[in-house]
Design a protein around this ligand. Structure first.
Ligand code: ADP
Length: 443
């Protein structure tokens, strides 16, 4: 480096000295110095032009390089070019490996730009998504696949859950589509479509089996129950038979409850379409559910604070079943007389329903598993209280179908709070809501 500076200084001094001598000879020393400077500048200008031409032609610089400062500049550019070439080689190798890997993957892998145009897709794409990546010219995925559910999924912007869809070009296929945003500002998207036809059918067979068995069992059970009630009412019934018949009746009632819950759950699972959503006055629904609960459990203490102007769009019977389950759980799984508070209000993130009790509470290790089918904290006690272990699974399913979430908070010995958070979009506002309904408190 210093050698280059020294060389440059020596060059400048030699040219100026020569210019000075020429000036002294022609008796115009300043003219001589100017000529020297001009010569020095012309040399730099020439080197600049040579370099510019080489770079413009994208030529790789070759040794030997000029001496002095220009040599250093040439060397630096040379190293940048070498590194660039290495990076390019690595990138090309990486892209080739990526293509090899994705071409063997049975899933369709598609890269979309920020305007949802297909930039690249792997060879599995024609079979699964029905378009040939080599024949398209940056068309939008929405035009190529033409499926309203895919369009809705892409525009929703929330990709935590995959989308299940059947592509229009092959009705026998069931795909699980997952999108991952990537790149600057996460505007590009990676779409992966997986063939889940087999798993889906197995799932369907299992669901249908449960639904069919439950359905087939319901009729004979109803008949047995009828005969049992007739038998119990018979005045000539021997006393020794009364107790066993009562026990049989309790077991039949339990089985009927279990079958009804199984049927409700499998109906929720089999129904892929959302329930017909109608505007519902949840406050009034809560009134009727609480009234019903009080007629069945006279000793329960339920307080309701509800915003009667807060309506939502929901499936009526599904919502009724979810709310009943939460309120009946608070009664069933706690000592009689436990205080239960039900709240219905407009929260910051949307309408909220909470059912709070001051009962026994649930130990933290059970809370994440409560919505699993047949999961009961205390199996024996749940059976005695008429529980099937399916109630909270039904609640979770119903809420999922309404894009709502269930939160469970509980402390042993202090009680539990089950909170349903509905999305803001579920709220129904219409001029027709009568103004006399304000937030009310009922006991
Ligand atoms: P079950 O039919 O037994 O009520 P659920 O799925 O509704 O089934 O509830 C699962 C379990 O969660 C219950 O068995 C009970 O142990 C517990 N649980 C639910 N709600 C409450 C509550 N409010 N207080 C205490 N435990 C509860």
């Amino acid at each position: 480096m210093w050698a280059a500076y020294r060389y440059e200084l020596l060059k400048l001094s030699t040219i100026l000295f020569s210019g000075g001598i020429v000036g002294w000879i022609i008796k115009e020393p300043s003219m001589g110095l100017c000529l020297g400077l001009l010569l020095y500048l012309s040399r730099h200008l020439y080197q600049l032009l040579v370099l510019h031409r080489k770079l413009r032609k994208k030529r790789h610089l070759q040794q030997p390089f000029p001496k002095g400062l220009w040599g250093i500049i040439y060397k630096n550019i040379y190293y940048y070019q070498q590194n660039g070439r290495k990076r390019k080689r690595n990138l090309t190798r990486f892209v080739a490996r990526f293509r090899d890997a994705t071409s063997t993957v049975p899933d369709a892998v598609v890269i979309l730009d920020q305007r949802l145009r297909v930039i690249w897709a792997n060879p599995a794409t024609p079979v699964l998504l029905g378009f040939n990546p080599s024949l398209i010219d940056k068309s939008s995925i929405l035009d190529l696949v033409n499926d309203p559910s895919l369009a809705e999924y892409i525009h929703s912007g929330t990709y935590s859950q995959p989308l299940e869809m059947t592509p229009a070009h092959n009705g026998a296929l069931v795909l699980s589509v997952q999108i991952t945003p990537f790149g600057a500002k996460k505007r590009q998207r990676l779409l992966v479509a997986r063939d889940i036809t087999q798993v889906y059918h197995l799932h369907q067979i299992r669901k249908d089996f449960v639904a069919n068995v439950s359905h087939e069992l319901r009729t004979p059970l109803t008949a047995i129950n009828g005969y049992m009630e007739n038998l119990q009412d018979m005045p000539t019934l021997p006393v020794a038979m009364q107790h066993p018949l009562r026990r049989i009746h309790v077991q039949i009632t339990r089985m009927t409850a279990l079958i009804n819950d199984l049927l409700a759950l499998s109906r929720l699972e089999v129904e892929t379409k959302a329930a017909k959503r109608i505007p519902l006055n949840v406050g009034e629904m809560l009134d009727s559910i609480i009234l019903e609960a009080k007629t069945q459990h006279a000793d329960c203490s339920i307080e309701l604070v509800a915003d009667y102007d807060l309506w939502i769009r929901a499936g009526e019977s599904e919502l009724h079943s979810a709310i009943s389950n939460l309120i009946l759980n608070a009664i069933k799984h706690n000592p009689s007389g436990t205080k239960i508070a039900v709240r219905w209000y407009a929260g910051y993130n949307g309408p909220v329903l909470s059912v709070q009790d001051t009962g026994e509470g649930i130990a933290p290790e059970h809370i994440p598993r409560l919505t699993e089918r047949f999961y009961r904290v205390d199996k024996g006690r749940s059976r005695i209280s008429g529980g099937t272990g399916l109630g909270l699974a039904i609640v979770k399913h119903v809420l999922n179908r309404h894009e709502a979430k269930l939160f469970i908070a509980s402390t042993l010995g202090q009680g539990s709070t089950f909170t349903c958070q509905f999305p803001k979009a579920a709220r129904y506002t219409a001029v027709s809501i009568t103004p006399h309904h304000a937030t009310g408190q009922r006991q």
